[in-house]
Design a protein around this ligand. Structure first.
Ligand code: AGP
Length: 609
């Protein structure tokens, strides 16, 4: 939600900031703004409603000149998307400017107080109070003032600020919202996410909560704590290919990211599987400690939660450990029964999802060991966890998670196998066999990509529909949920998911002639049961799409469209079926004229509760 960017150095700031905003646009895209300090230390600012391209087009006509600037791309929380509510915000004297990602929870009280002092507000946002607080408390040093200001704030923030009084200096602060900084020979940078900095450096410093930094024109960065103590920076090295964050000839990022799945999954497997064993040093516990785990909590939201549902079934099946999984926004306020025998798996592509972070912190405080499964290097979850399993999918730009989801399923399977082996419940022979099955998945996914015409045909059943149902059983009940979410988020078509067997307990009432129903029905131990459910919806006139195993003649009478799954072990069908459902959702969304990469109202990284 929202992306911030700052640059100071010897180069013109405008284009560097714009490029950064384009890279951060997945975080929010309802309005964007940029402020640059000109030669005479005046702040020049342009804001536009809409995507970063609108801002860029305006700047082409009237460029901003200066070598120090800040910028922002917004996902509205307080105040409608508009130019007036776009960041950054100037103070009353027009000498201080601030951009903010996060939420200032006590903004109403602060606004009343500042108004009483005579400050005039120009927006409906919570963020603008920060600028006026800096103005009101300015002590001659921007970073020192920012420290004092942050003591008065409640909520979450990544703040970037500059002022006319200290040309060439940018002060930043972080609490609860991601922020990385980078000293480089071509200047000093700050951004919400390291992908915005990747073209400039391979070494970035993720700030931790409560840290501040001063970016200087000579390219240096000084990191401090709330009391001004200087902190030794802890840079991380980015080994992602910068080109992986560009379209590279694909029409959209979603298509690109769906297509990258064979390579992404192979990369993950290559890093974790060697000589028929699973290498997960993150879980390094001796046999006794592994035996002592008596409960696992899986903490996640959205698509990552669906991966958690799959993980639960595999871990319980193979490692015989009870697993609790719920969306983090619920678990956060539930009574959880964690202690030092609890393992918490925090699954999050971005590593920044507010509830996932808050909930894993809660479990950690109770004694649980936290293992993060994430895609983003140096993300908050990664810095806080006891161990990290990186998905290694490369940047996922499209808001709809695709390649990270299938990687989460693979990572979950690896964790389940590791635990089963460590607890003596699965011998080396069986582990090697399961891993061999897993290693065949990238090829199966590649085959599905070759058959994507099937997904395009299946997408036609949604023509004219206003709602749809996704059904699956066993391991694939999670697949049905994920298929429905994918369709909903990018096509805006209502889709509901249920375990197939639950359909007759209510949802069947919505089925009528031509109503689209998608079944995930591979040849597994619940296959016959699902076929019965298919017969039930067909009898009521539904248009049925099936995701079924190659050569399964039994499914033919029950579906108008079938997306055929290449052969894999039954427990791997959630991975392959996910790819068809992603492709189908994309085709439906395109046929409805939707922007598949930037669906309305959504943001890639949801950093507020
Ligand atoms: C996925 O397509 C969605 N955009 C969304 O549900 C997402 O999975 C959720 O917000 C959690 O994000 P995370 O994995 O970054 O924590």
């Amino acid at each position: 939600m929202c992306g911030v960017m700052g640059y100071t150095g010897p180069k013109e700031a405008e284009q560097l900031l714009l490029d950064g905003l384009f890279a951060l646009e997945y975080r929010g895209y309802d309005s964007a703004g940029i402020a640059v300090l000109d030669e005479s230390a005046h702040i020049k600012m342009v804001k536009r409603l809409g995507k970063v391209q609108m801002l860029s087009d305006s700047l082409k006509k009237k460029p901003l000149h200066g070598t120090c600037g800040i910028a922002h791309t917004r996902w509205a929380t307080h105040g409608v998307p508009s130019e007036r509510n776009a960041h950054p915000f100037l103070d009353c004297s027009k000498r201080i400017v601030v951009a903010h990602n996060g939420i200032i929870e006590n903004y109403a009280d602060l606004k009343t107080e500042l108004r009483a002092q005579g400050h005039v507000f120009t927006s409906d946002t919570d963020s603008e109070v920060v600028t006026h607080l800096v103005e009101s408390m300015y002590d001659g040093s921007l970073v020192s003032t920012l420290r004092k200001v942050c003591m008065r704030l409640e909520g979450a923030w990544a703040l970037v600020a500059m002022c006319s009084m200290e040309p060439g200096t940018i002060a930043v602060a972080r609490k609860g919202s991601p922020l990385v900084v980078a000293p480089t020979p071509e200047g000093a940078f700050a951004a919400s996410d390291l992908t915005a900095l990747a073209p400039h450096t391979s070494d970035v410093i993720p700030l931790t909560d409560g840290q501040f930094a001063t970016l200087s024109q000579d390219g240096t960065v000084t990191i401090t704590t709330i009391d001004g103590t200087v902190v030794e920076p802890e840079p991380i090295h980015i080994d992602w290919d910068v080109s992986s964050a560009t379209l590279g000839g694909y029409p959209d990022f979603m298509k690109k990211e769906i297509s990258e799945q064979p390579q992404a999954l192979s990369r993950l497997l290559a890093s974790r599987v060697a000589s028929g064993t699973v290498e997960l040093d993150e879980l390094s516990m001796d046999g006794a400690a592994l035996l002592n785990i008596n409960r696992i909590y899986i903490v996640a939201c959205g698509t990552s939660y669906h991966a958690g549902l799959y993980a639960k079934k595999l871990i319980e099946r193979w490692a015989r450990i009870p697993v609790e999984v719920d969306v983090a926004s619920e678990m956060l306020y539930d009574e959880v029964l964690a202690d030092e025998h609890t393992l918490c798996l925090a699954i999050t592509q971005s590593g920044e999802t507010a509830e996932t972070l808050l909930c894993s912190r809660k479990l950690r405080r109770m004694g649980a060991k936290v293992i993060a499964i994430t895609n983003v290097l140096g993300s908050t979850v990664a810095t806080e966890a006891d161990g990290v399993i990186y998905l290694q999918s490369g940047p996922e730009v499209s808001v709809a998670s695709t390649k990270a989801y299938t990687a989460m399923l693979v990572a979950s399977a690896l964790v389940a196998l590791f635990l089963a082996h460590g607890r003596g419940l699965m011998g080396s022979g069986e582990i090697a066999q399961r891993l061999a099955e897993l290693e065949r998945v990238p090829a199966a996914v590649a085959e599905i990509l070759d058959r994507q015409g099937l997904a395009k045909e299946a997408a036609s059943v949604f023509e004219g529909a206003t709602s749809s149902l996704f059904l699956g059983r066993g391991l694939n009940s999670a697949s049905a949920r994920e298929g429905a979410l994918k369709l909903k988020e990018i096509s805006y078509l209502h889709a509901e998911a249920y375990p197939s067997g639950e359909m007759k307990h209510g949802p069947i009432a919505v089925i009528d002639k031509g109503y689209p129903v998608v079944f995930v029905v591979p040849q597994d131990d619940v296959h016959a049961k699902t076929l019965s459910n298919m017969a039930e919806v067909l009898a009521r006139g539904a248009d049925v799409v099936a995701v079924a195993s190659d050569g399964d003649a039994e499914v033919l009478p029950y579906a108008q469209h079938i997306m055929w799954l290449p052969p894999t072990a039954e427990w791997l069908t959630p991975i392959t079926s996910a790819v068809y459902l992603q492709l189908m959702a994309r085709y439906v969304a395109l046929s409805r004229g939707c922007n598949v990469d930037r669906p309305r109202n959504l943001a890639k990284s949801v950093t507020t509760e």
